[in-house]
Design a protein around this ligand. Structure first.
Ligand SMILES: [Mn+2]
Length: 338
């Protein structure tokens, strides 16, 4: 039995992974390029070492289209095919057990669980917790893990690591000095950084434009929210996104958050199967090093049952459109009382 550890130092995780006889890597539900890029990069390293490895996520049933060209997709298996018992289970970019969805039960079938993440709200649910909340992406944490392990970052692995880095930094808007050093190193392997970025972030079907028109046309501004910091929000109703991918829906927050009059932006995304269920994306203007005075949306999201980062977070909630906005306004007011 491994003693529970929690650290930004990769040594304990390296020790477990180097001795692993079989590995399952789990990404979070509604996967993004950071969790999938992390999972596939780790799978490639393990496969190279001769270790049987499966990568999966609980939902949706299929990998988002923008990520299907990532190297290592051959290690992905449908959720129902994930082995019940495994030597080592690794979760990547998951702040809590809940982010594993229906695959959370696989933790019970693993001899050792390793949690690799960069979310400040991470609940340290592994036996070994490699958490670096200063890292800009989970793929950045993995780059340090591979270095400590002595595992080479080849071109295909670099492609996966770059995918997480470019998306989690909003195309390098939110990086520190180390961000660009890592990007430089990954690009030096010969990957097509511009092509990877275009595929992941800058390619949408034509139907995205009328969807944006409807959704942005319904945006509202609450200048008095969060003690005067201001909230801007919009709703994506399920019929707004008919025939569109998650990539189109997830892009809306990046337009809404540019509003000058609000420090906090929210997008309420209605479930396609339950009209009273919403997943909510939050962004704060507090997005860079040394800008610690704005609203911490990780705190707000955690208060509403979710989690995330200081400047980007989310949660799932239930109610009418009016009620879910009211709940958010109440939570924003709470943090501004003292
Ligand atoms: Mn991430």
């Amino acid at each position: 039995m491994t003693a529970v550890t929690s650290s930004a130092d990769p040594a304990a995780a390296v020790e477990v992974l180097a001795a692993a006889r079989s590995v399952t890597v789990l990404c979070h539900v509604q996967p993004d390029a950071d969790t999938v890029g992390s999972g596939l990069a780790l799978a490639q390293v393990l496969h190279r070492r001769g270790v049987p490895v499966q990568v999966s996520f609980a939902e949706p049933a299929e990998l988002p289209a923008s990520m299907r060209s990532l190297p290592g997709v051959e290690y992905l298996v449908p959720a129902e095919q994930v082995a019940a018992r495994v030597d080592v289970l690794v979760t990547v970019d998951c702040g809590s057990v809940g982010r594993l969805g229906a695959l959370a039960d696989r933790i019970d079938g693993a001899a050792t669980t390793v949690v690799i993440d960069h979310h400040r709200s991470n609940t340290r649910f592994g036996d070994v917790n490699l958490i670096d909340e200063t890292a800009e992406s989970t793929t950045s944490v993995l780059a340090r893990l591979f270095d400590a392990w002595g595992e080479e970052i080849d071109r295909d692995i670099a492609h996966c690591l770059f995918a997480g880095l470019v998306t989690d930094t909003g195309c390098f808007r939110w990086g520190g000095p180390g961000t660009h050093l890592l990007a430089d190193r990954l690009l030096a392997t010969g990957i097509d950084g511009a092509g990877i970025t275009r595929t992941l972030m800058d390619t949408h079907p034509f139907g995205w434009l009328p969807m944006l028109s409807r959704v942005l046309g319904s945006a509202r501004l609450e200048p008095r929210a969060a003690g005067g910091a201001g909230l801007v929000y919009a709703f994506v109703y399920s019929d707004d996104s008919d025939g569109l991918r998650s990539e189109e829906v997830e892009s809306v927050i990046d337009v809404v958050r540019t509003t000058a009059e609000a420090d906090v932006a929210a997008v309420f995304k209605q479930s396609r199967t339950d009209a009273g269920c919403w997943t909510v994306s939050l962004r704060s203007r507090d997005s860079g090093v040394g800008t610690g005075d704005a609203v911490d949306v990780a705190r707000v999201a955690t208060g509403l049952g979710g989690g995330g980062h200081r400047y980007a977070a989310g949660y799932t909630t239930h109610g009418t459109a009016e009620n879910v906005v009211g709940d958010l306004l109440a939570e924003l007011a709470l943090g501004r009382e003292s």
